[in-house]
Write a protein that binds this ligand. Structure first.
Ligand SMILES: NC(=O)c1ccc[n+]([C@@H]2O[C@H](COP(=O)([O-])OP(=O)(O)OC[C@H]3O[C@@H](n4cnc5c(N)ncnc54)[C@H](O)[C@@H]3O)[C@@H](O)[C@H]2O)c1
Length: 255
């Protein structure tokens, strides 16, 4: 799908991987909605990008707010052609820790944001994408989700995070099959370790030990290297139903 002139919603677009993708799509001529909980950063990015960029304040766990974002895109741009799901949170808690068993509410909260929030945006956006005029390839929309290599290589303390990301990987082919009749493609990017505020919030010790494990290139990924993959998924008509690791050959150890 040609990106120029298309309308895109980027959840989590105020920071990190989502912000880089918002910037890249906008630079390629897309009209974008940054849908994020962080109004200050979201507004600042939109202001910098100027015309064709708008902010929507949304917590992806609140379906009425996700719907309001869809409505805003339709009102401003007349369609939704691209959905990038980047909103997500990380956290660490062991199944059984020093203070007892894993807090079940924390587990549910991570699933709610990362997995259910992603699915909610997909189902509500795809409902409108299916009405788009198809292009010459029969495409009406493209959806890109964000998992993590923790979907497969979950480390100590990552039960909830890995479950949420494994859920995204698992549903990718099912949703791609569901939406195939409508000409909507769905892929998931599974990033390794990227230099975003989420990652930089880790203490320096664990951060250095993590980056030392990346075979090549032996460094954190840059957010725009994620955005490059999102661009390829949007532009390449054969990309569908797959989860793609973008990780410099990293296979994470237990810790
Ligand atoms: N950075 C990495 O190395 C890495 C690796 C693997 C996966 N990921 C995944 O990539 C995605 C983006 O992460 P990032 O590193 O860019 O983080 P980030 O913290 O820089 O950006 C995440 C954005 O999501 C927003 N957000 C969080 N919860 C939200 C909610 N409930 N509703 C709406 N917006 C919400 C935040 O406000 C923030 O702007 C996440 O899903 C994360 O799990 C990141």
């Amino acid at each position: 799908m040609d990106i120029n002139g298309k309308a895109a919603i980027i959840t989590g677009g105020a920071s990190g991987l989502g912000e880089a993708t918002a910037r890249r799509l906008h630079s390629l001529g897309a009209k974008i909605i940054i849908a994020d909980m962080n109004k200050e950063k979201g507004d600042a990015v939109c202001e910098e990008l100027g015309e064709g960029a708008a902010f929507s304040l949304v917590n992806v766990t609140q379906t009425d707010q996700v719907q309001a974002t869809i409505d805003l895109a339709l009102e401003k741009f007349g369609s939704i052609d691209i959905l990038i799901n980047c909103a997500g949170v990380g956290m660490a808690m062991k199944t059984v820790g020093r203070d007892g068993p894993h807090d079940l509410n924390v587990f549910k909260q991570i699933i709610d944001i990362n997995l259910i929030g992603t699915f909610d945006a997909i189902r509500l956006a795809a409902f409108h994408m299916q009405n788009n005029e198809p292009n010459d390839n029969g495409e009406r929309g493209v959806i890109v989700n964000t998992a993590s290599i923790a979907a497969w290589d979950g480390q100590i303390g990552q039960a909830a995070y890995s479950a949420s990301k494994g859920g995204i990987v698992g549903m990718t082919i099912a949703i791609a099959r569901d939406l195939s009749r409508s000409g909507i493609r769905v892929c998931t990017i599974a990033p390794g370790l990227f230099a975003t505020p989420l990652m930089m919030a880790l203490p320096e010790g664990p951060r250095n030990s993590l980056s030392a494990q990346i075979p090549f290139p032996n460094r954190f990924g840059q957010p725009d290297e994620y955005a490059m993959m999102a661009q390829q998924i949007i532009e390449n008509p054969m990309m569908n139903g797959e989860s793609i690791r973008v990780d410099g050959a990293l296979r994470m150890g237990p810790k």
